[in-house]
Design a protein around this ligand. Structure first.
Ligand code: PPS
Length: 311
């Protein structure tokens, strides 16, 4: 059953988020060596988490502690006999803990802003996050208002969007924390152009002095193909690779995957690792939608000092 949406503290969340979780996280005991990977959804969270995990084990993929595999820390699944939420279980994790989250700026643990822990913050252009999200929550039939592309794109840039709009989410962090010593801001598009550069930047930020061989291993194991091979093992045999629907067919059922039901990855959700390219938005956005978003982009980003690459 799709989890639906819930509104808490003025923000719309997926139904797996609870007030209890948000309150616990605001007051959370952050550890000095915690690494929090913070993103607007579909910005490359899992990619950045995998890079961080690999860096911490010198690129030896088999040494990553998968028992400490993270999902968005704000999730709190309440059902009979459910295991404790991750934010509780994490109290028993071994340091360094790698945590992923889409918490908004206001709701992040206060201790982070006192300089505790480190934040790797990934920004991806809002057109590609929208299309990636469309292929994800749209296909999961997460909420009825996400079922048609035209509605989805409109909804994505309304304040009611899950996790808020890209603009509010990204700019709140960027404007307040771009100079904080425990924050590293990265752009997905730069990571695509120069993955090795991104690995070096992150390892320097984490204070890890990796050998050239270790850097190469991290780059290799965090590549799209390597991650896809390792994290998509449980796909049904019938499944065709997910396709972005062309603009005029955007709301039609788009692939065998839709008919077969979502493919399960190790992350338990459809196709988190999908195309992994810059500019996929061009296959889905109509000319009018693109122009509208460009105008909004110019208005919202003016004076922010943040530039985003779209292709
Ligand atoms: S989520 O659900 O918000 O946590 O999703 P998130 O992990 O942030 O983003 C999913 C998109 O990231 C792409 N991805 C990658 N791109 C490049 N390299 C690697 N290794 C990689 N791993 C994941 C993934 O394909 C999703 O983007 P789209 O555009 O849908 O392909």
């Amino acid at each position: 059953k799709p989890p639906g949406l819930v509104k808490l503290y003025g923000v719309t969340w997926p139904g797996m988020v609870t007030k209890e979780a948000l309150d616990a996280l605001k007051a959370y005991d952050v550890w000095e060596d915690d690494v929090w990977v913070v993103t607007y959804p579909k910005s490359g969270t899992h990619w950045a988490v995998e890079i961080v995990n690999l860096i911490l084990v010198d690129g030896h993929e088999d040494k990553i502690n998968r028992a400490q595999q993270s999902h968005p820390v704000e999730f709190h699944i309440k059902r009979p006999n459910a295991p404790p939420p991750q934010y509780e279980a994490m109290k028993d994790w071994k340091a360094p803990r790698v945590v992923m989250t889409h918490l908004t700026e206001e709701l992040m643990p206060s201790q982070i802003y006192q300089g505790k822990g480190k934040v790797v913050y990934v920004i991806r252009n809002p057109k590609d996050t929208t299309v990636s999200n469309w292929n994800f929550v749209g296909k999961m039939k997460f909420d009825p208002k996400f079922e048609k592309w035209d509605d989805f794109v409109r909804e994505s840039f309304s304040e009611d969007m899950m996790y808020g709009t890209w603009f509010a989410y990204v700019l709140n962090f960027w404007k307040k924390h771009r100079h904080d010593k425990n924050f590293l801001f990265l752009k997905y598009e730069d990571m695509k152009t120069d993955p090795k550069g991104a690995v070096i930047q992150i390892s320097d930020f984490l204070g890890k002095n990796l050998s050239e061989e270790a850097i190469e291993r991290v780059v290799e194991f965090s590549s799209l193909n390597s991650m896809k091979a390792r994290f998509s093992q449980a796909k049904p045999a019938k499944e065709a690779p997910p396709q972005s629907p062309p603009a005029d067919k955007a709301s039609a059922p788009s692939s065998d995957e839709a008919k077969a039901g979502p493919s399960k990855t190790k992350f338990g959700a459809p196709s988190i690792i999908r195309k992994g390219i810059v500019g996929d938005w061009k296959t889905v956005f109509t000319v009018a939608q693109n122009e509208e978003l460009d105008a909004l982009y110019r208005e919202k980003m003016a004076g922010s000092g943040l530039t985003i690459q779209f292709e």
